[in-house]
Ligand binder design. Structure first.
Ligand code: PLP
Length: 361
């Protein structure tokens, strides 16, 4: 079946097959990776290889550390303000364009002073602000935003403007590696793996080195970025399996897809299929996000009523198009079409949508 789940999401079939073939005994080793010490050179090489693949895909400079952490993206909601806000004597600026930004703000408020410089909640999070819609203090601890709000299907077409000297911090969990990004614009960019980069269990944190040692010594050890950076992501046992698979996904992006520019072209084609089906349905489908900030990863839309929505989901399931039910806060349908969703799956969904609309309008 084509799985349109928002996460954990589809992985490239070739990666899954490779994992299956290598799981019992890692080629060239004497055990499974699952049984191997994280200090074993074989695993340390895998970890460095995964880091180098990300560095090359995203052109990450040596001014940044790449960390492989646990606790999901959600732990970053706390780690970021614990390291960069708690002892800063400053206020942190947050842009709130959806559920995940809102959750991050709630956690940040436990650590220090937060200013929500833009809040899209009154329109049920259907848009992102333009630069004229908010302002950030020159002395803010940082500006935080979520590039792609997974539940609402709202995505920033380009990163928000941020005063020079204020670190820009991005939750890229649901659109990591979907296109080339200039990582030099960020103080910190992070993503859980389980949408675009691998299985659940690892979170990638790309952090500018001057921000690494701002956490106070009184922080619980795991929460301090410095410990992870100093120990090369081996301050404690890292999620070895997830890092291994993430490295394979990064290689698939480079070798099979042809890099992030090629991935972006494909992602734009896939998303256009769904948004065209919405726009050409004569109002049968209503997109949730405003057209200028429609997500290339999560397409959200509603149908005229609940009965039609239930019929849509049931008939889609009969065609092996699954996990399409939207989140309750938006309702309707959410089709998540991350990097690994083949274009054939999206074509199949788009043609079903057109067919269903013409029969039920
Ligand atoms: N941020 C975004 C944009 C997400 O989509 C999610 C999960 O869907 C999270 C954060 C939370 O991730 P995790 O479940 O890994 O903590």
């Amino acid at each position: 079946a084509y799985n349109f789940s928002a996460g954990p999401a589809v992985l490239p079939v070739s990666v899954l097959e490779e994992v299956r073939d290598e799981l019992v005994c890692l080629p060239g080793a004497r055990s499974s990776l699952l049984e191997m010490s994280h200090r074993d050179k074989t695993f340390v090489d895998i970890l460095h290889d995964a880091e180098n693949s990300l560095r090359s895909l995203l052109n990450i400079s040596d001014d940044y550390a790449v960390l492989f952490l646990q606790g999901g993206a959600a732990l970053q909601f706390s780690m970021i303000p614990a390291n960069l806000l708690r002892d800063s004597g400053k206020s942190a600026a947050y842009i709130q364009t959806g559920t995940w930004g809102k959750k991050a703000i709630a956690e940040a408020k436990k650590e220090g002073q937060v200013e929500v410089v833009y809040d899209a909640s009154s329109s049920n999070f259907n848009h992102v602000p333009g630069p004229q819609d908010y302002s950030v203090a020159e002395d803010a601890a940082y500006l935080y935003y979520c590039n792609n709000e997974t539940i609402q299907g709202v995505q920033f077409p380009t990163e928000p403007e941020c005063p020079a000297g204020v670190p820009l911090i991005c939750d890229a969990s649901s659109d990591f590696l979907y296109r080339p990004v200039d990582t030099n614009k960020y103080g910190l960019l992070y993503a859980c793996a389980q949408k675009n980069a691998g299985p659940a269990g690892v979170t990638v944190v790309i952090i500018r080195r001057d921000l690494i040692d701002r956490g106070s010594a009184s922080l619980p050890g795991y929460l301090n970025y410095k410990n992870h950076a100093d120990a090369d992501s081996e301050w404690n046992t890292p999620p070895t399996f997830a890092i291994w698979v993430l490295g394979k996904v990064a290689k698939w992006l480079q070798n099979d897809i042809g890099g992030l520019a090629a991935m972006e072209t494909l992602n734009r084609k896939k998303a256009a299929l769904l948004y065209d089906a919405i726009d050409q349905s004569g109002g049968f489908y209503t997109g949730h996000a405003k057209p200028d900030c429609r997500s290339l990863m999560n397409a959200t839309f509603t149908l005229p009523n609940d009965d039609l929505q239930s019929a849509f989901l049931a008939q889609a399931g009969e065609r092996d198009l699954v996990s399409l039910k939207g989140h309750r806060s938006v309702g309707g349908i959410r089709a998540s079409i991350y990097n690994a969703m083949p274009i054939e799956g999206v074509q199949s969904l788009a043609s079903f949508m057109t067919d269903f609309a013409s029969k039920n309008a």
